[in-house]
Write a protein that binds this ligand. Structure first.
Ligand code: HEM
Ligand SMILES: [Cu+2]
Length: 571
């Protein structure tokens, strides 16, 4: 089977999967540039953290906003999109035993994305695009800024179409049996959402581009925000889908776990596709042009159906790990399965830390501040970046780092330098991001705004600024941000050094992150879940963990209603 050109395929010595060499080239190219943009974003990140920490206050006002624009775009858009394109190419080729449908199209996509991203960065650094990532009109950047973004978007859409085309030829040529693997299904959900997302992007960015050229009138600000968030919010769901697909993939690779119920997991991905666009409304909760019932309907009902999907994945993945660990014999007590998990495999630790940060910090704060009533006390405060650094950084970025610890040995066929450092890197990064998110969130609860250069109003005639509590939290943010930056730098240096100079493992296959004993346990346990299911297919540990999550959510949620009641005086 398979539909490969015999000259353009190799068989992976480690996983036994067939790897299309064209797909491999584009996975490498996209992953390398993803890491380059991650580096640009990381340098910007440390400058921002050291500016928002009032005790340091590093940059001046102009450069703060310039670097904020640079950081948002390089991190949220370029790093993540280049990585996602690499994931799509992998999911539609090796996992489906297929070749890439049209390598020339992959070139077109790659060049458009790369040229667009470089254009955007150059324009920002020239000081001609100080409009922040959201580029709300009537703020006006240089036309090449918008053109760069359009190129990145069209390039990404081209890659998404190539992904669909490859799935089509794989099905046509019957390269795989049965239904599509769950990881590819998750990538497919991400790709479907990405298509709708990028169409919103076209609708909003093209008139903004022609306006910047002086050809058309200024787009309406309310209209711009509504459509822009169809791009801005939905793209976050692309990230969530891709991250969850990576969770499933790495959970299987590092522990041998199999989804406890594939149908339920697939339905959860479909929920994302159906309901996520409505949830974009949570970015518009204080916009005057939209009605209260529209806001409440979208954010307090429809949004929860997308949240439900995350809750389902957040249950089934740890449950599947618990089941397979119990099959391996780690059955003592409630948590023996977890304590004896492969914590020194960076692919495993990244996924578990990513799930914890995404669920406990990102999920709980997101549902709370996305509630129409509570939003009024959270909007535009540092609570918002506190929330999304837990989702896209502690969640998605960390999961993608975990993936890199497998992509480099399997696709680049190089062995990591300094494996001991790679093993602790996820903990450093996760620890830093957790501190930073908590610092930002609670500084925001004290009223500290986001996107603000000088919250102390240095030199103001009348007293301004925040109390010691807020300063403590801003300090926590600065320290956490610095630790996260160090963790990120370790990741970047290790992967770049390995990709270019690492020892080749092409002849031998990948040296496992885990001991031979552990690998044997995984292979011995394979397929035994069913036997286990008959007697005791129970996951008490996972139940305890999700109960703690729900209790934490309830406490935080109601504390926020209480805080709202305090500012909202009703007699
Ligand atoms: C070392 C890691 C990181 C640190 C220390 C860091 C720090 C910061 C800081 C201090 C801000 C400014 C908040 C404000 O003043 O309003 C910020 C904004 C932001 N960050 Fe990060 N960040 C990191 C990684 C990331 C990553 C990996 C992503 C995306 C995947 C990301 C996405 C964003 C976005 C979208 C903004 C908002 C930009 C805007 O308001 O226009 N960050 N970050
Ligand atoms: Cu959103």
């Amino acid at each position: 089977m398979g539909n490969f050109d015999p000259q353009r395929v190799r068989t992976c010595k480690t996983t036994g999967l067939n790897v299309c060499l064209d797909a491999q080239f584009f996975i490498k190219a996209n992953a390398v540039f993803a890491v380059v943009f991650l580096l640009v974003g990381a340098i910007a990140a440390i400058l921002l953290a050291l500016t928002r920490w009032p005790a340091v206050h590093l940059l001046n006002d102009v450069w703060y906003y310039r670097i904020l624009t640079l950081h948002g775009l390089n991190m949220l858009i370029f790093w993540i999109l280049f990585m996602e394109v690499a994931i799509l190419y992998f999911a539609c080729t090796s996992l489906l035993n297929s070749r890439l449908a049209a390598p020339k199209v992959a070139w077109a996509s790659f060049l458009m994305m790369l040229i667009g991203a470089i254009m955007v960065d150059v324009i920002i650094l020239m000081g001609k695009g100080d409009v922040l990532m959201t580029s709300y009109v009537p703020l006006r950047g240089h036309p090449l800024f918008y053109l760069g973004i359009i190129l990145v978007a069209v390039g990404t859409l081209t890659a998404v179409i190539l992904f669909f085309a490859t799935i089509y030829i794989a099905r046509r040529d019957k390269t795989y049996e049965g239904s599509m693997p769950l990881v590819t299904f998750g990538a497919l959900a991400a790709a479907i959402i990405a298509t709708v997302t990028l169409l919103h992007g076209a609708v909003v960015m093209i008139p903004t581009f022609t306006w910047s050229l002086g050809l058309t009138p200024t787009p309406d600000a309310g209209w711009y925000r509504l459509i822009w968030w169809g791009l801005g919010h939905m793209s976050q769901q692309v990230n969530v889908c891709a991250m969850v697909a990576v969770w499933y993939f790495l959970a299987t690779l590092t522990t041998g776990a199999k989804p406890v119920n594939e149908t339920v997991s697939r339905v959860a991905f479909v929920l994302y596709i159906l309901f996520i666009n409505l949830a974009s409304a949570h970015h518009l909760l204080v916009d005057p042009g939209l009605g209260a019932s529209w806001k409440i309907w979208n954010t307090s009902y429809a949004m929860y159906l997308a949240v439900l999907a995350s809750l389902i994945h957040g249950f089934t993945i740890p449950a599947s790990i618990e089941v397979i660990q119990r099959v391996k014999g780690f059955t003592r007590g409630i948590f023996n399965w977890l304590t004896s998990a492969p914590w020194s495999d960076p692919g495993f630790s990244s996924v578990v830390l990513s799930m914890i940060i995404f669920g406990f910090i990102g999920g709980i704060t997101g549902v709370t501040i996305g509630t129409e009533q509570i939003n009024i006390i959270a909007h535009n405060t540092l609570r918002v970046p506190g929330h999304f650094h837990a989702t896209v950084v502690g969640g998605t970025t960390l999961a993608f780092m975990g993936l890199a610890y497998y992509v480099v040995p399997l696709i680049f066929q190089r062995e990591f330098f300094m494996k001991w450092l790679a093993r602790i890197q996820p903990y450093i990064f996760a620890g830093g991001i957790t501190l930073m998110s908590i610092g930002m969130s609670f500084a925001g609860s004290n009223g500290v705004p986001r996107r603000h250069w000088d919250v102390e109003f240095t030199g103001a005639g009348i007293g301004a600024g925040f109390d010691a509590g807020a300063h403590f939290m801003l300090g926590l943010m600065g320290i956490g941000g610095t630790i996260a930056f160090i963790g990120m730098l370790i990741f970047i240096l290790l992967t770049v050094a390995t990709v270019f100079f690492g020892r080749s493992n092409a002849e031998t296959g990948m040296v496992s992150w885990q001991s031979a004993d552990r690998m044997k346990m995984i292979s011995d346990a394979a397929g035994k879940e069913a036997e286990f299911e008959v007697e005791k297919h129970k996951t008490p540990g996972t139940l305890v963990l999700v109960s703690v999550l729900l209790v934490s959510f309830v406490v935080y949620y109601f504390a926020n209603w209480k805080a709202l009641a305090e500012v909202w005086w009703v007699r």
